[in-house]
Design a protein around this ligand. Structure first.
Ligand code: VGL
Ligand code: ZN
Length: 255
């Protein structure tokens, strides 16, 4: 089909980028694929926080996962991995009616003067439950690393890198998944992000990837959003404010 044809073109684009950039001794190209939160609870039909059409991106992700290590050396899965008392779960705030509609203020455990208001969600991806497992149709045998996120009950963690609060002056953070260190240690230059959900965890993961200095690309057909109507706006924000490139494998090759 046209999508898989374009995807192969896209993959060849990654290879071509590698060849071109490596020929230029000034720079290098070492890509990593981040597959964000492809978990049962984020997928229809039975996920507690199912993203519309969430399962349908799996074939495209599996095609990327079968690229050989010399083309794509790092293939990293992330898993939202919450304790039952996590702050983002609506029922943990009984004064609020569930879910989505209500918001809650989260305060920085390391600096009580910092706080922000955010959404609450149905309980999802509770550690070691079936809902937290990666969906079985994902070719998980190809992952080189699996990173867990959202373990601290006190803070939200959409990004696979860090909680949303800035580090303290001494560099302390509430949560650090170790992903930044892994990518820096591996001398990664480019990060390709796919998975769920485009308007939450994929977006915040991509923002942190750019802040960490990686050339960051979201593959549009490799993600789905909680709010499909907001995707065009979301893309504009990510590109203009976040420095993230959003590419469509249907219409564009990596260059
Ligand atoms: C996510 C809401 C809550 C996500 C995680 O993976 O996008 N969304 N927790
Ligand atoms: Zn979550």
């Amino acid at each position: 089909c046209i999508i898989s044809y374009r995807l192969i073109q896209f993959s060849l684009g990654i290879q071509r980028t590698a060849n071109v950039v490596m020929a230029d001794s000034q720079s290098s190209f070492r890509p990593a694929l981040l597959v964000v939160d492809m978990q049962e609870d984020f997928c229809p039909p039975s996920g507690s926080l199912a993203v519309p059409l969430g399962r349908t991106i799996t074939p495209l992700i599996n095609t990327l996962l079968t690229l050989p290590p010399r083309t794509l050396p790092l293939k990293i899965a992330t898993q939202d991995w919450h304790p039952p008392n996590h702050i983002s779960f609506a029922p943990n705030h009984p004064s609020n009616p569930p879910p989505f509609v209500t918001s809650h203020t989260i305060t920085n455990p390391l600096n009580p003067s910092q706080s922000y208001t955010t959404l609450l969600w149905p309980p999802h991806c509770i550690q070691s439950t079936p809902g937290a497992s990666l969906i079985p149709e994902l070719s998980s045998q190809h992952f080189t690393h699996i990173i867990k996120k959202g373990l601290d009950p006190r803070v939200e963690m959409y990004s696979a890198f860090f909680d949303p609060f800035p580090p303290t002056p001494t560099g302390e953070r509430v949560c650090d998944s170790g992903l930044a260190k892994l990518l820096h240690d591996e001398k990664v230059t480019h990060v390709y992000v796919v998975g769920l959900a485009g308007d939450y965890c994929v977006k915040h993961t991509a923002y942190d990837a750019t802040k960490e200095g990686f050339q960051t690309v979201i593959i549009e057909e490799g993600t789905k959003t909680v709010n499909p109507g907001g995707w065009e706006e979301c893309k504009k924000e990510m590109e203009s404010i976040g420095g993230v490139r959003v590419v469509s494998v249907e219409s564009e090759e990596v260059q």
